[in-house]
Design a protein around this ligand. Structure first.
Ligand code: MV4
Length: 583
C-alpha cells in the first residue's frame, strides 16, 4: 500500500495523474525544472520539488535526483506519465531497487516489448497477425535484397530499436536498397544505439488503429476498445477518435482478443496500448506501448473507465474488478491536440506568452490542459499545451460538438493548430470517416487554405509585472501571498505604467520591423544596423525546441536598429530589428 505518489512529469499529464490521486485520497508530489517554476502542475500538487535545470536531461530525465526527491518527500510510488522516463526499463528497475512502486508494467515486460523483432515473434506465437516481413534482424544488405524480392516492393526497412518513424525507410525498387539500408543503419545507431534492422512489406495507405489494454497483478487482462489515430504529421498524432469508424463489433472483438493474448504472453500489468496498421479490412500488429498514452481520455469517455485511477488501483495490488463482458462502448469521442505550432509553417513550434485563455465547456466537453492566461510556454518541452476531448452520442454529434468547442476555445499570444483542427473536422473525407496515415499529405489544399495567424508584435521583451510576495497572517495561519501591482498610483508603478502606455501606442502604429514568430534563443544575427537587405534574406536564427528557425526580411529596405544581441531569449512577437522609414 502507498499513500503518496510522486509524478515524474509535467504539463497536462502531470495534472491528470494528480487529479486521479486526489480522488482516491493519495498525496501528490510534483517535480519541476527551472523552466517550470510557474507551471500549473507545481501549483496543484501537495508538495513540489525543484529537480534541476530546464533541459530534460537535467530534470525530468534525471533518475538520481527524482529518486532522491521521492525519498525526501516520503513518496512510496512514482507515476511516470507519458514520454520522459515512462518506457525506460532501467528507470522502472531503479524505482523498484529503491524500494518504491513504479506505476506501470515491470521492467522485464518493458524489455520484452521494446525490441520490435522480439515483439513480432511474440505476436506470431500467440496468433496475432503481423505485417509480412522478417522475424530476425538482417545480417547484411544482401539479406535485404533477397527478402525484398520475396515479399515484393515496396518494402519498409525498420530499426529493431525503433519507433516514431525514426530509422524507417521506404524502398520502391532494388536500386534504392543499398543507400536506404545504410542510412537507416546510421540513424538507428545514432537514435537507439542499436543498428539492427528488419524488413516488412510496406502498406501504402493504412490507418493507424490501437487497442487499449489493462492488466492487473493477478493475471487478469481486458482490452478496452480501439482508437483511430490516423490523422498525423511526421509521426505525431493530431486528432484521435474512439471508436474507429471502420471497425464493426465482430472485428473489435477479434482485435481485443488478439490484444489480450499478446498482453498475457508478456505478463502485462497496468495500462498499455497495442498499435496496429489497418488496410483492406485486415489488421497487423506493430508494437506495444508500455505507458498511458496522450489519447487515453477518448477511451475513458466512451467506456466510462478512469484509466489512470485503474493504474493506481492496480499498483496498489487490487484486482481489475470487471471482466471483458463488462466493457461496452457508448457513443463517440474525439481528441484534438492543442499544439503551439504553425500548421502553415510545417507545424513549426511557436512558443510565447499566453495573453488570453478561455476553455470551452458544456455537455460532453473535457479539456486537459497545462496552461493558463499569463503563462509563458517554455521552449524546452513538447509543444502540446492542452487536449480537447469531446464526447457525443454518435460520430456526427461528436464532430459537431468538437467544432463548437473549438470555436469556443480562446488561446491568444501563441500560434496554435486550432484552425487546422477546424479544417479537418469540416473536411468531407474526415466526416465520411475516410482517412489514412497519409491524410495530411493527400490534402495539401487543407493547409494552403488555412488563415494566417499573426502575432501582435511586441517591441521590447515583455516586461514582468511588478510582483511582490508578502507574508501575511490570516486567522492565525501564515500564507505567502503573491501580489501584482497592476494599477497603483504609487511611485514604483508609475514609470511602468507609462512604459506600457508608450508601448501600446507604438503597437497601434504597427511596427515596420522583423518579427520573431516564436520564442527561443537568438543564435545568430546576420545583419548590421544601416545595412540594406533584400526581401527573404535570412537575418536572424532563433533556436527553439532544438530546431533552428530562419527569420527572414519581410521586405527590401534599410535596417535601422537591431534590438537584440545573440544569446538572449526573444519572445514570440518580439521585433528583432526595425527598418528605416522610407523617405
Ligand atoms: C509502416 C507503414 C506501412 N507499412 N510499416 C511509421 C512509424 C512507425 N510507428 C510505423 N510507421 C509506419 N510503418 C509498414 N510495414 C506506415 C507507417 C507510417 C505511419 C504509421 C502510423 C502512423 C502514421 C504513419 C505515417 C507514415 C507511415
Amino acid at each position: 500500500m502507498f499513500t503518496t505518489v510522486l509524478v515524474a512529469n509535467r504539463g497536462e499529464i502531470a495534472l491528470r495523474v494528480m487529479r486521479a490521486c486526489r480522488e482516491v485520497g493519495l498525496r501528490t508530489v510534483a517535480i519541476y525544472s527551472e523552466a517550470d517554476r510557474d507551471a500549473l502542475h507545481v501549483q496543484y500538487a501537495d508538495a513540489a520539488y525543484l529537480v534541476g535545470g530546464p533541459a530534460p536531461a537535467e530534470s525530468y530525465l534525471n533518475i538520481e535526483r527524482i529518486l532522491a526527491v521521492a525519498k525526501e518527500a516520503g513518496a512510496e510510488a512514482i507515476h511516470p506519465g507519458y514520454g520522459f522516463l515512462s518506457e525506460n526499463a532501467q528507470f522502472a528497475r531503479a524505482v523498484r531497487e529503491a524500494g518504491l512502486i513504479f506505476i506501470g508494467p515491470s521492467p522485464e515486460t518493458m524489455e520484452r516489448v521494446s525490441g520490435k523483432v522480439a515483439a513480432r515473434n511474440t505476436a506470431q506465437q500467440v496468433d496475432v497477425p503481423v505485417v509480412p516481413g522478417t522475424l530476425e534482424p538482417l545480417e547484411d544488405v544482401n539479406d535485404a535484397y533477397h527478402l525484398a524480392a520475396s515479399y515484393g516492393y515496396p518494402i519498409a526497412i525498420k530499426a529493431v530499436g525503433g519507433g516514431g518513424g525514426r530509422g524507417l525507410r521506404v524502398v520502391h525498387t532494388p536500386d534504392e536498397i543499398k543507400s536506404a539500408f545504410e542510412s537507416a543503419r546510421r540513424e538507428a545507431e545514432l537514435s537507439f544505439k542499436n543498428s539492427e534492422l528488419y524488413i516488412e512489406k510496406y502498406l501504402t495507405n493504412p490507418r493507424h488503429i490501437e487497442v487499449q489494454i489493462l492488466g492487473d497483478q493477478h493475471g487478469n487482462v481486458v482490452a478496452i476498445g480501439e482508437r483511430d489515430c490516423s490523422v498525423q504529421r511526421r509521426h505525431q498524432k493530431l486528432i484521435e477518435e474512439c471508436p474507429s469508424p471502420v471497425i464493426a463489433p465482430a472485428q473489435r472483438a477479434e482485435l481485443q482478443a488478439a490484444a489480450v493474448r499478446f498482453a498475457q504472453a508478456v505478463n502485462y500489468v497496468s495500462a498499455g496500448t497495442l498499435e496496429f496498421l489497418y488496410e483492406d479490412g485486415q489488421f497487423y500488429f506493430l508494437e506495444l506501448n508500455s505507458r498511458i498514452q496522450v489519447e487515453h481520455a477518448i477511451t475513458e469517455m466512451v467506456y466510462g473507465i478512469d484509466l489512470v485511477k485503474m493504474q493506481l488501483r492496480i499498483a496498489q495490488g487490487e484486482p481489475l474488478g470487471f471482466t471483458q463482458e463488462d466493457v461496452r462502448p457508448r457513443g463517440h469521442a474525439i481528441e484534438c491536440r492543442m499544439n503551439a505550432e504553425d500548421p502553415k509553417e510545417n507545424f513549426r513550434p511557436g512558443l510565447g506568452k499566453i495573453t488570453a485563455y478561455r476553455e470551452p465547456t458544456g455537455f460532453g466537453v473535457r479539456v486537459d490542459s497545462g496552461i493558463y492566461a499569463g503563462y509563458t510556454v517554455p521552449q524546452y518541452y513538447d509543444s502540446m499545451l492542452a487536449k480537447l476531448v469531446v464526447w457525443g452520442q454518435d460520430r456526427p454529434e461528436a464532430i459537431a460538438r468538437t467544432l463548437r468547442a473549438l470555436h469556443d476555445y480562446t488561446i491568444e499570444g501563441v500560434i496554435t493548430v486550432k484552425p487546422f483542427h477546424i479544417a479537418v473536422l469540416e473536411h468531407p473525407d474526415f466526416q465520411a470517416g475516410e482517412v489514412s496515415v497519409n491524410f495530411i499529405p493527400q490534402h495539401p489544399e487543407l493547409l494552403a487554405n488555412l488563415p494566417e495567424q499573426t502575432l501582435v508584435p511586441v517591441l521590447v521583451a515583455d516586461e514582468e509585472l511588478d510582483m511582490r510576495t508578502f507574508k501575511v497572517e490570516v486567522n492565525g495561519k501564515q500564507f505567502d501571498v503573491r501580489v501584482a501591482a497592476l494599477d497603483e498610483p504609487d511611485t514604483a508603478a508609475k514609470p511602468r505604467k507609462a512604459a506600457r502606455k508608450a508601448r501600446s501606442a507604438q503597437l497601434k502604429q504597427q511596427v515596420d520591423g522583423v518579427v520573431s514568430p516564436l520564442q527561443g534563443t537568438l543564435r545568430e544575427v546576420r545583419v548590421e544596423a544601416g545595412e540594406r537587405v533584400e526581401e527573404g534574406a535570412v537575418l536572424f536564427i532563433v533556436e527553439a525546441m532544438k530546431m533552428e528557425n530562419e527569420i527572414k526580411a519581410p521586405h527590401t529596405g534599410i535596417v535601422e536598429t537591431i534590438h537584440f544581441a545573440p544569446g538572449v531569449t526573444v519572445e514570440a512577437g518580439s521585433v528583432l530589428a526595425t527598418y528605416k522609414a522610407a523617405s
